[in-house]
Write a protein that binds this ligand. Sequence first.
Ligand code: GRF
Length: 218
Amino acid sequence: MTNNPCCRIVVLISGSGSNLQAFIDSAASGELPADIVAVISNRPQAYGLQRASQADIATAALDHTSFASREDFDRALIKLIDPYQPDLIILAGFMRILTPGFVQYYRGRLLNIHPSLLPKYPGLNTHQRAIDAGDSHAGATVHFVTEELDGGPAIVQAQVPIKTTDTAETLAKSVLIEEHRIYPLAATWFAEGKLQLQQDGVVLNGEKLSKYGFQFNQ
Ligand code: GRF
């Protein structure tokens, strides 16, 4: 780990953590000028916690099933996150809907990745829905998190052509490869001070982005 004072990142996960791994690799190579200071999972068995430990990153599990309400869980999560003094919070396959209180508290420094070309297909089963709709392309979107589920302003999108032979599983694999490219890239822009959430949208390098965000591979 570098000791970069500019950007301290906390990553929230629920599962395998392949996006987390992309962040770990990007920070280790120096491409992402940031320190991943903690990885927190709402599922104690998440494999991503092992990836973090292997990279000497602090880990914590906060089991959502031991909380009576979403509000209680989110308050405890803030208490766990804040001592790490993060500049940026990354949701990387974090499968919990966050309360407005949590989202507002971290407004402008809370990012998510969603496996669809938002605003298409917020929610679950995105790949099957894209196939069923006969879409020519699927993809992924990194966005700032706001109160609207998968509805925050887009930062960057990557597209993947849908092949006639694609199933939801094969398409998910192709999309995931792109996720691992665009998510650390968005964090790099943030760490370099090039990316801001403003009242009327996202600004990258001083210019307002379209509602689809920066188009990575077009
Ligand atoms: C990714 O497809 C992400 O877009 C979605 O959940 C998946 C997480 O994968 N929100 P991983 O845990 O990063 O491997």
